[in-house]
Design a protein around this ligand. Structure first.
Ligand SMILES: *[C@@H]1O[C@H](CO)[C@@H](O)[C@H](O)[C@H]1NC(C)=O
Ligand SMILES: *[C@@H]1O[C@H](CO)[C@@H](O)[C@H](O)[C@H]1NC(C)=O
Ligand SMILES: *[C@@H]1O[C@H](CO)[C@@H](O)[C@H](O)[C@H]1NC(C)=O
Ligand SMILES: *[C@@H]1O[C@H](CO)[C@@H](O)[C@H](O)[C@H]1NC(C)=O
Ligand SMILES: *[C@@H]1O[C@H](CO)[C@@H](O)[C@H](O)[C@H]1NC(C)=O
Ligand SMILES: *[C@@H]1O[C@H](CO)[C@@H](O)[C@H](O)[C@H]1NC(C)=O
Ligand SMILES: *[C@@H]1O[C@H](CO)[C@@H](O)[C@H](O)[C@H]1NC(C)=O
Ligand SMILES: *[C@@H]1O[C@H](CO)[C@@H](O)[C@H](O)[C@H]1NC(C)=O
Ligand SMILES: *[C@@H]1O[C@H](CO)[C@@H](O)[C@H](O)[C@H]1NC(C)=O
Ligand SMILES: *[C@@H]1O[C@H](CO)[C@@H](O)[C@H](O)[C@H]1NC(C)=O
Length: 872
């Protein structure tokens, strides 16, 4: 530490020397440029900082000017979040009117830039969230003009120097989340202008709270949480009359709360948090004198005594009330339940008695109640069901009695109910409205009657514990349909057959203590009787399954709750279409969906749904491919993949214009060319394209493929080269479409659909059957087949009579023919074979034959194919 201190000092000395040596630069724009010189700007976000006459420096990124004596002068530099690094140079101090310097959220990796104290006007220095290291030197006091100093979220270490007290103008001092250590110096009490003091999240700051803190009369926010503060909270707190936020949580503070906090005085408090310390004594009775109080958190301490109703009723703005894990006793204050803004009540693990009053219905914002492990002796009020915002109600281990009211679960957002270990009687009511219920525990009560069938209708119910009651009847079969992770009905009086999946598979079922239950694997089988031996074996098996299932259940419950939470957030988006257009299409996804009717459908469509040709209002045609049931990639991945493909710019690759997606379908929009596909053209009986055009098509397709294979980053494979995936414009310039679908739908889905649909097609390279990995050579093979189509004028699907009564696909047919003398010329399309270009046609045929070699390594790479075709 001493060494870093010295290094820091050395650095600052060096900087001071630099300042003195730097010739005084003339204009402010020169100053800015020379400041920029020492900064690394990897993203080029300071590109506007340049010596041009057209862009005044006051208009440069992050620069703000003021007018002084009719001259514009830089007053503020805000360069936060630009990924800047390098050196913060003192030349900046040559700006005479620089008041604010914000370099937060960058990557400056250096000691505290003391040399900036040369900036005579500097009021704000914000270096939050960089990589600043080293200690705070005593010379920090040189920053005389500073009002705001923010070094938060860096690696500043060592003690806070007493000299910091000399920064008498300081209003904001933020040293949060550093590695400071030692004692907080008493000098800090000299900072009488401070409104915000944040020393939180410095775990090595093992210190008492200096008693001089009470001198900071203007303090509004005192944030000391999650550091190492110990000892008592000083009495001088009573003087902090302006305090609105006090956070002392997660320290090692002991003793009682000072009188001032307990009984009055801090009337401006909005948030009061002393949780997770070792405080004791009584509840701060006067705390609600602060009318604006929204958060009161005393949890996880050793407070005892009563919480008088009168101490709480004044808190009309209270939202969070957390006093759990203490030793409070006596009647729980009724007034809490009807506070108009209350959202969270946590009082579990105390010794409270009392009732839950009907007036709880007035708590219109109440979301969460946790009062487990107390001695509430109460019925469940009807008013509880009227709280429509209630999400969690947990009151296990209390003295609740009486019947569960029918409206109990009327809150539509209710997710977690725990009423276990109480004295509730009567039947379980039919719960209908709380469709978000995830966890429902009524264990260890005196409930009677049957398990309601309606429970099976809760879509996300994951945890159901009805054990230790007096329930009768059978287990509803419909419960099998739930994705339960835990199902505990042990120790009831249930009877009848247990649904098979509740016995054998997940969930972890707990059925013991119900002698009337029967089923395969249970001690009682429903039909006949089984030998003792068999039963013992089975029950052993069952217990193994159960213990396995139990461990799984815990994991699944956690995951389940998480997923449910996420999906409940997402559910609003289900079935909703979203679109990303890379070109302005002036259509909505609705227009597209409507237009995708049978009239627009083309071709068989393949396994991934049909292709539709749609005429846009602009007169343009687009090809739309709808993909259903693809692998459930995350939408983010999906978007990223489509965007990767959409970025391809090559004259022989059809553009992806955009895509629409919903939770279960994807619509890809491609450009469509007027002439349609080569495949369609070849299939026509009067196909008679001249050879020059055919050659142009072949060359273009080869170029497109070569681009995908070698030039585009990331390198792509087409994986579905065929003549129907080659579109033609009016000049017969080809464009490849339908490429790289595997990246969008996922490999498994691609294999099981695209590939399996074309299995047996002669476009597929012979090694595809046994090679797991797709290769460029496979694309080359398919290209060769397409080239054969062009040369022979026959479609790849055609089976050609070979002359000896056999029907062969195009590849086999050509191979057989070219082995006989003059055979080659026989396979050439007669419509072009008489032309003067016979020689080039035969050369093209030769290329096609090489591309369709059985051995992949004999096939030429596509770039070579391009060259060969171009030379024809
Ligand atoms: C900016 O331009 C001015 C005149 O156009 C010139 O005097 C000055 O040296 C230039 N500054 C830099 C840093 O290039
Ligand atoms: C800044 O740019 C705006 C327009 O972009 C222009 O009107 C203004 O005059 C410029 N300011 C200076 C000081 O050049
Ligand atoms: C900024 O830097 C961080 C850390 O080096 C890096 O993770 C991040 O990607 C960078 N941001 C950009 C936009 O490059
Ligand atoms: C410093 O900048 C960060 C990032 O913008 C900001 O969150 C923080 O509030 C600033 N600090 C002060 C004291 O204004
Ligand atoms: C507090 O400030 C006074 C002057 O206002 C100064 O004399 C004294 O030394 C300072 N105390 C500390 C501990 O910095
Ligand atoms: C609190 O003090 C105890 C010893 O009294 C120590 O072991 C513990 O680490 C301290 N905790 C914190 C957060 O400082
Ligand atoms: C129940 O609360 C008491 C304090 O009243 C506490 O000592 C005990 O540990 C709590 N039980 C559980 C399971 O948390
Ligand atoms: C319900 O409360 C009991 C007793 O406090 C506890 O053991 C159990 O884990 C709770 N159940 C759930 C699902 O939180
Ligand atoms: C199921 O309920 C019984 C009886 O309440 C209890 O003993 C057992 O621990 C419970 N099992 C689980 C996993 O909650
Ligand atoms: C529940 O069953 C137990 C034992 O079978 C019995 O003692 C108790 O009275 C029953 N309670 C109710 C409310 O039926």
């Amino acid at each position: 530490m001493a060494i870093t201190n010295q290094i820091a000092l050395l650095f600052s000395l060096l900087f001071l020397i630099c300042i003195q040596n730097s010739a005084s630069v003339s204009t402010e724009s020169d100053v800015l440029l020379s400041f920029k010189d020492s900064i690394d700007d990897p993203l080029g976000l300071l590109v506007s900082w340049s010596n041009s006459t057209t862009n005044h420096h006051c208009n440069w990124t992050g620069v703000t000017c003021i007018a002084t004596k009719d001259v514009l002068s830089v007053s503020s530099l805000n360069l936060q979040s630009l990924n800047l690094s390098g050196e913060i140079s003192a030349t900046i101090c040559d700006l005479p009117n620089l008041f604010h310097l914000n370099l937060a959220d960058n990557l400056f990796n250096q000691p505290i830039p003391l040399h900036l104290s040369q900036c005579g006007s500097l009021e704000t220095l914000n270096l939050s969230n960089n990589l600043i290291w080293g200690t705070i030197p005593n010379q920090i006091s040189q920053f005389e003009s500073l009002r705001v100093l923010d070094f938060s979220r860096n690696h500043v270490e060592g003690m806070i120097p007493g000299n910091i007290g000399l920064l008498q103008r300081l209003r904001v001092l933020n040293l949060r989340n550093n590695l400071l250590s030692g004692n907080v110096p008493s000098g800090i009490s000299n900072l009488t202008e401070l409104t915000i003091l944040d020393l939180s999240e410095n775990p090595f700051l093992v210190s008492e709270i200096p008693s001089g803190i009470g001198k900071l009369l203007k303090l509004e926010q005192l944030l000391l949480q999650s550091s190492g503060f110990h000892g008592a909270i000083p009495d001088s707190f009573m003087d902090l009359k302006s305090l609105s936020t006090l956070d002392l949580s997660q320290n090692n503070l002991t003793g009682v709360l000072p009188q001032s906090l307990e009984l009055v005085s801090l009337r401006k408090l909005v948030s009061f948090d002393v949780s997770e310390n070792k405080l004791f004594g009584s509840f701060p009775n006067g705390v609600c004198d602060a009318k604006g109080l929204t958060t009161l958190s005393l949890h996880t301490n050793s407070f005892t005594g009563l919480v008088p109703d009168s101490s709480i009723t004044g808190c009309l703005n209270l939202e969070r009330f957390e006093i759990q894990d203490n030793g409070f006793s006596g009647d729980f204050p009724d007034g809490i339940w009807s506070l108009p803004k209350i959202r969270l009540i946590r009082a579990e693990n105390n010794r409270f008695t009392g009732k839950i009053p009907e007036s709880i219905s007035m708590a219109k914002q109440l979301e969460q109640v946790q009062i487990d492990n107390n001695t509430f002796i109460s019925k469940l009020p009807l008013g509880l069901g009227q709280v429509k915002s209630l999400y969690k109600f947990s009151a296990s281990v209390n003295g609740l009695y009486g019947e569960i009211p029918n409206n109990f679960c009327d809150s539509l957002v209710m997710s977690i109910i725990n009423l276990s270990h109480n004295y509730l009687t009567g039947p379980i009511p039919e719960l209908k409205r709380c469709r978000k219920l995830v966890s429902f525990s009524l264990a260890d009560n005196n409930l009677v009657g049957e398990i309601p069938h309606s429970l099976a209708a809760f879509p996300v119910l994951t945890y159901l514990d009805l054990s230790q009651n007096n329930l009768t009847g059978s287990i509803p079969k419909e419960l099998q349909n739930l994705k339960l992770a835990l199902f505990n009905v042990s120790f009831n009086d249930l009877s009848g057959e247990v649904p098979q999946s509740l016995i054998t598979g997940l969930p972890a079922s707990f059925l013991q203590g119900n002698p009337g239950l029967c089923g395969q694997g249970l001690p009682n089988s429903c039909g006949g009787t089984k030998s003792k031996h068999e039963v013992a074996g089975l029950s052993k098996l069952v217990s193994v399954i159960i213990s396995l299932a139990l461990s799984l259940a815990i994991v699944i419950l956690a995951v389940g709750v998480y997923i449910t939470y996420r999906s409940s957030k997402k559910s609003t988006q289900m079935g909703v279409w979203r679109s990303v257009f890379f070109y302005s299409l002036r259509v909505t996804e609705q227009d597209l969906l409507v237009a995708m009717d049978d009239k627009a459908a083309r071709g068989s469509g393949g396994a991934f749904g049909k292709v539709y040709i749609i005429n846009l209002p602009s007169g343009e045609n687009v090809a739309v491919k709808k993909i259903l049931n693809f692998e459930s990639q995350s939408l983010k991945t999906l978007k990223a993949e489509v965007k990767t493909l959409a970025k391809i710019r090559n004259k022989n690759i059809a553009k992806i214009l955009g895509f629409c997606y919903s939770s279960d379908a994807l619509i890809l929009i491609y450009e469509h060319l007027q002439k349609g596909s080569l495949g369609d053209m070849i299939a026509q009986p009067d196909f008679k394209l001249p050879w020059d055009d055919r050659l142009r098509i072949a060359t273009g397709v080869a170029q497109g493929l070569a681009y995908l294979h070698q030039d585009y980053v990331p390198h792509l494979l087409h994986r579905n080269v065929k003549s129907t995936n080659v579109l033609l414009d009016e000049n017969n310039e080809p464009k490849l479409t339908g490429f790289a679908l595997d990246r969008i739908v996922g490999e498994a889905a691609f294999q099981s659909s695209v590939l399996s649909a074309s299995s047996g097609s002669c476009y597929i390279a012979p090694e595809s059957g046994y090679c797991k990995k797709a290769t460029e050579q496979m694309d080359t093979y398919s290209f060769g087949v397409m080239l054969l189509e062009l040369v022979t004028g026959r479609g790849a699907d055609e089976h050609i009579e070979s002359g000896d009564g056999e029907f062969l696909d195009i590849v086999k047919y050509v191979r057989r023919k070219i082995n006989i003398t003059n055979g080659a010329i026989q396979v050439v399309d007669p419509k072009i074979s008489n032309s003067s270009s016979q020689q080039t046609i035969l050369q093209a045929l030769d290329i096609a034959v090489r591309c369709t070699s059985v051995a992949p390594e004999k096939r030429p790479p596509m770039c070579e194919v391009v060259r060969a075709l171009q030379s024809l």
